[in-house]
Design a protein around this ligand. Structure first.
Ligand code: SF4
Length: 448
């Protein structure tokens, strides 16, 4: 019997994409054909995000599109996996009866039997309720499960831990993904060796909900610095990038490791979320403005030329005009090279959901616009410093005659682009580029 084709849509963050890659790896190993998107596939696999309202709406839209394709007989079955069923499976079952199977965030190892069952029972009428594997989030994948990479083959994400213990008052993640659980170091190293054997890696992106807490559970102490040194020693990638750190869990050893290891990008993703102490307390961020300032000064003084990325939330319940102004001033004074801003999303089953003085959506949007306008100015000024200077650029794509790429100061998908003039450049390779023009967020230059 010909195996059904699997169409994948992977939503949300890179951590969720790794879960998609684990499930696809299991199916690929079993001989299934994987295709991008839902058109012309037999079984649709939609790995969802449910972090905030916008993400949930996006996931529901795509599931409804799949349901329509199924009702038109263009696809046979729908599997919905990830954060949405983990958080709302009961409601989903009632709301979208077209869905044939639900898998939780840690039920990736059930994908094979789910697809097998569906391919045997192609026509829904033969089963009277959806397949349902949504178990408490206690597992994490290991190197034994070979991933089917969804990124270009020259960079990938390595998830070093799952879950979170920080209990930020606005965040539903720890309810969805469970308690913090680090992967054993050996498993991470084995995975990188395995991926490194299949693909020539230019960049490894180290991810978790909070990478800086790595090891506190299974080794009873911070082990990220040691892990990064081991990864660097493997010499499997030109760039190693650290994402999703937490200002409350930074160690001097980590700063020193980022400074001294040549292959570790001088780029730190340091979500601070706010700069006012009362708000930071209400958010349960376990850090203060003073501590964040000290940490940033320490990082900048010890790692010359380091680029800092941060993310902030505006419109948190009770945020006064004065407190918002304090955040704006902090962004203006600190001059982050990269910044992402989000409006506070009131999420059920989070502490902040019941906080008084919820801010009207109109005000939240106004504050978001103000932050992004300010950061546009900050970023444009920072970019001007690169005029005439040379940057090492990872060449990623070619469109018409222009190549696009990233410097070590740009993470995939979220940061700036370098437009590169050159001939016959190798995709996935590195080139020294002389910067000839600067934009708000992007740079342009020519190969030296
Ligand atoms: S650090 Fe805070 S915001 Fe991030 S995943 Fe953990 S609880 Fe959520």
């Amino acid at each position: 019997m010909k195996k059904p084709t699997i169409g994948i849509i992977s939503l949300g963050c890179p951590r969720n994409m790794v879960d998609s890659e684990v499930m696809l790896g299991i199916l690929k190993k079993d001989g299934y054909c994987i295709m991008d998107g839902l058109e012309n596939c037999d079984i649709a696999l939609i790995n969802t995000c449910a972090f905030i309202e916008e993400a949930k709406e996006e996931a529901i839209d795509i599931i409804l599109k799949a349901a329509q394709l199924k009702n038109e007989g263009r696809i046979k079955s729908i599997i919905v996996a990830g954060c949405l069923p983990q958080r709302y499976s009961d409601t989903l079952k009632k709301q979208i009866p077209e869905v044939d199977a639900f898998l939780g965030v840690c039920d990736f190892d059930k994908i094979k039997e789910t697809v097998l069952f569906l391919s045997r029972h192609q026509l829904r009428q033969k089963q009277n309720h959806p397949i349902y594997f949504v178990t408490p989030p206690t597992k994490i994948y290991s190197h034994k499960l070979k991933r089917y990479l969804l990124t270009p083959n020259f960079y990938t994400y390595i998830k070093i831990a799952e879950g979170c213990n920080n209990n930020c008052s606005y965040c539903a993640i720890y309810k969805i993904r469970g308690k913090y659980r680090s992967r054993p170091m050996e498993s991470i190293i084995m995975e990188i060796k395995a991926i490194g054997a299949m693909a020539h890696l230019s960049e490894l992106n180290i991810i978790a909900q909070d990478t800086t807490s790595y090891g506190r559970d299974i080794y009873k102490k911070y082990k990220l610095a040691e892990l990064l040194k081991k990864i660097a020693a493997l010499d499997k990638a030109h760039w190693i990038r650290l994402l999703y750190t937490h200002p409350g869990h930074f160690t001097d050893e980590l700063i020193e490791t980022i400074r001294s290891e040549k292959s570790i990008c001088k780029y730190i993703d340091l979500p601070m979320q706010h700069a006012n102490n009362r708000i930071l307390k209400m958010m349960n961020r376990n850090t203060t403005k003073g501590e964040i300032i000290k940490l940033i000064q320490k990082i900048k003084s010890r790692i010359p030329g380091v680029a800092l990325r941060t993310s902030v939330i505006v419109g948190f319940p009770g945020e006064t005009d004065k407190e918002f102004k304090e955040l704006l001033d902090f962004i203006k004074d600190t001059k982050f090279e990269r910044l992402g801003a989000f409006v506070y999303s009131r999420e059920e089953h989070t502490k902040a959901y019941d906080f008084k003085k919820q801010i009207p959506e109109r005000i939240k949007r106004q504050r978001l616009d103000e932050v992004m306008k300010l950061q546009q100015d900050v970023s444009a000024k920072i970019n001007k410093r690169w005029m005439g200077k040379t940057l090492e650029v990872l060449i990623e794509e070619k469109e018409n005659d222009v190549y696009t790429g990233r410097s070590q100061y740009d993470a995939p998908e979220v940061d700036g682009t370098v437009f590169v003039k050159g001939k016959n450049l190798k995709i996935g390779g590195f080139k020294k580029v002389k910067i000839t023009d600067t934009l708000e967020y992007d740079l342009a230059g020519e190969v030296l």
